[in-house]
Structure formats: structure tokens, C-alpha cells
Write a new protein. Structure first.
Length: 94
């Protein structure tokens, strides 16, 4: 399997109210050659459950979930850019 064209990195923290709309927008794009990397930073709302539901139902490989409570955003993004498989990466914040 070849690398996806784009890795979309989405840091998540208590974004449950907006997260599903964000993920539906990503998967609704005409381009389908991408992976989604989600990272939950210890959310106390339903963000983690939404991430897991998306992970189970999205047919693209490479969708992953990391839980890194208390880590500074720059450390999380640095880690995710290292594990991203895409030819280029994009960070989407909500």
C-alpha cells in the first residue's frame, strides 16, 4: 500500500460539540487519498467517544487515536508529524 498524499492531524480537547462536523467535512472532500490522525488530550466531554466512533467507521487505513493528557500541544504535534504517513501533512485545529 502506498503512502497517502496527505496526513490530516487533528488535535482534540473538549471539542465534542464541533468534532463530528469537523470529521464529516474531512471525509466529505472530493480527494480521498488521505489519512486522519486524531489525538485526544484528556478531554472530559464526549470527544474521545466521537474519535473512537470515527476510527471504527472510517474505511481509510491510517486513522489513529492517541491519548496524551497533559502534554503541550507542540509535543503532540511533533509526535504526530513523525508518525504521519502522508507525503505532506496538514494540521486542523477546532
Amino acid at each position: 500500500m502506498s503512502a497517502p498524499s496527505v496526513s490530516i492531524i487533528v488535535p482534540v480537547y473538549n471539542s465534542g460539540a464541533f468534532l463530528m462536523d469537523c470529521l464529516e467535512t474531512i471525509v466529505g472532500q472530493t480527494m480521498s487519498d488521505f489519512e486522519v490522525l486524531l489525538v485526544d488530550d484528556g478531554s472530559t466531554d464526549d470527544s474521545l467517544a466521537i474519535c473512537r466512533r470515527f476510527e471504527r467507521h472510517d474505511s481509510r487505513s491510517g486513522c489513529s487515536l492517541k491519548k496524551m493528557p497533559g502534554q503541550p500541544l507542540r509535543a503532540i504535534l511533533r509526535l504526530l508529524t513523525r508518525v504521519a504517513n502522508g507525503l505532506c501533512s496538514s494540521i486542523l485545529t477546532i
